[in-house]
Design a binder for this molecule. Structure first.
Ligand code: SF4
Length: 498
């Protein structure tokens, strides 16, 4: 319980190893009641169970749920549906059979090896209809429905990877199924391979979108057909792309994740992507991608190529990409990507100020999104910077550069303070004194939790210095808490204006 992605991912916590089926509904009811009673009511962005679980702790949450469960009066509907549920079991249309690859076309054999997986039940395969960018038109959908009725009856499934999965295809029917897909132009090879990219709608249709996630996915597909062909078939890497930090494209749980952001240079704003590496869905999403760099959208394909080559050349035997990333370390990977992170000026190269697959200059305009996220504002970017800086401070600390860690921690806090000041109406371009303004508007007014505000002001007075290991560690903790508190104050302010 309490898992979720979004700007900051939370790993789900185990409620119980085993719940009897008859307990599913009453348990869900008890969870919903606890959340309804204690969950966030005012701030829409915080109205998620993951925040409540994190706030009270999983042990207390479980206690509350069990207590609530005890209070529920018995309801026969908790179990009455179980008798009817049997009716929803799939009925097989055709008996299982074997396929003979002898004499079949190379295209079919390749498709069958990659897009069809043998089922546990002998004689059947699960076929993945690979949909680049998740796109399928109405004629193809109708055609696919007809095809499925011939071989498997009515049940098909859409996947989180934006493909369609068809189960219970008899192996002997795979050649005919494939021919049917070819006629519909749905027989692309690549399910589960690097070419099988997940991308959220991004700026194509989502008003919260900052960059074109589908544009980048489309560009990568184009490059896979022309130039990066050797990468398309790799099964050891996955890419997921979101158009902003809200993570609808699930960038945290991919080997290579991208999320859209912006970077200003002079009078122009360029689309950029944050690159996160080493996320995985395995082990209950046991690792989330680590942010390593921000790269111009134009350079994202080159980043994929660079990372894939690095992994090929330097990975140890059977080392997965997430393991490889952890072993190599953020600093080394960042260095490898360094030249690709540079954003040329508009005058030097205007292409960098266009989003992928869009002919016009990039501009930022956001509104109400397709998901339940909040409108993206400048403060959000400042918080992103603050998070990045505090992370860099941690890196510096890990590597023994304590003075730098102290300086970065202060920079991170300053960014978070700026985020609040911008939300209050100040313009960064006014070049105000952040400490002075923060003290006046947030510290002296009591709007900010005093101990954290004091730490910040004191650290700013002290400036950069070597504090020794223990105090440096404390500074990092203070900086983290300050940013967290600033996020809370910001949410409150944003909520008050709605
Ligand atoms: S809000 Fe979600 S769908 Fe919209 S751009 Fe951001 S991540 Fe993509």
């Amino acid at each position: 319980m309490g898992g979720g992605l979004g700007p900051i991912p939370y790993q789900a916590k185990l409620f119980s190893e085993f719940v009897p089926v008859a307990e599913m509904l009453p348990l869900a009811q008890a969870v919903a009641r606890v959340f309804a009673r204690l969950g966030e009511k005012k701030n829409r962005a915080r109205a998620r169970m993951k925040f409540l679980v994190a706030q009270v702790g999983i042990a207390e949450f479980i206690r509350l749920v069990r207590e609530e469960r005890e209070k529920l009066p018995y309801d026969p509907r908790w179990t009455s549906y179980l008798d009817e549920a049997v009716a929803f079991q799939e009925q097989l249309l055709l008996p299982g059979s074997a396929v003979d690859f002898e004499g079949r076309s190379a295209e079919f054999v390749r498709w069958a090896r990659i897009n069809a997986q043998p089922q546990r039940q002998p004689g059947y395969s699960t076929v993945t209809v690979f949909l680049p960018l998740g796109d399928i038109n109405s004629e193809q959908l109708r055609g696919l429905a007809r095809l499925c009725r011939r071989f498997v009856r009515d049940t098909v499934r859409t996947t989180v990877e934006q493909n369609v999965v068809v189960r219970w295809v008899p192996n002997g029917s795979l050649p005919d199924f494939y021919d049917g897909l070819v006629e519909l132009d749905l027989a692309q090879v690549g399910a589960g391979r690097l070419a099988d990219i997940t991308a959220c709608p991004g700026t194509d249709s989502c008003k919260l979108g900052i960059t074109s996630s589908r544009g980048l996915a489309g560009l990568l597909h184009q490059k896979f057909n022309n130039g990066l062909g050797d990468l398309a078939d790799r099964s050891d890497l996955k890419i997921k792309i979101s158009g902003c930090f809200n993570s609808c494209g699930q960038h945290h749980i991919a080997d290579i994740g991208f999320f859209g952001s912006v970077q200003r240079k002079g009078n122009h704003v360029a689309p950029v992507f944050q690159v996160l590496l080493g996320g995985t869905t395995k082990g209950n999403a046991s690792a989330y991608g680590l942010s390593v760099a921000k790269v111009p959208a134009q350079n994202a394909p080159a980043v994929v190529k660079r990372l894939a080559d690095l992994y090929t050349n330097e990975h140890a035997d059977s080392e997965s990409f997430p393991e490889f990333v952890r072993r190599l370390g953020k600093a080394r990977i960042k260095e490898e990507l360094k030249e690709l992170t540079a954003l040329p000026s508009y005058e030097e190269n205007q292409d960098f100020y266009k989003d992928n697959r869009q002919p016009w200059d990039f501009h930022m305009s956001t509104g109400e999104g397709e998901c339940a996220g909040e409108v993206v504002e400048q403060s959000e970017f400042l918080f992103e910077d603050a998070d990045r800086l505090v992370f860099e401070a941690t890196l510096a600390f890990d590597e023994g550069r304590q003075e730098e860690a102290v300086a970065k921690a202060l920079q991170a806090q300053t960014k978070a303070a700026d985020a609040l000041l911008v939300q209050r109406g100040l313009l960064l371009s006014d070049k105000y004194n952040t400490i002075e303004k923060f003290r006046k508007l947030f510290y002296e007014t009591g709007e900010f939790y005093a101990p954290f505000a004091e730490n910040f002001c004191r650290a700013a007075e002290r400036g950069q210095q070597d504090l020794g290991e223990e105090l440096t560690r404390r500074r990092l903790e203070e900086a983290t808490l300050f940013i967290e508190m600033a996020q809370t104050v910001y949410s409150r302010m944003a909520g008050a204006e709605v």
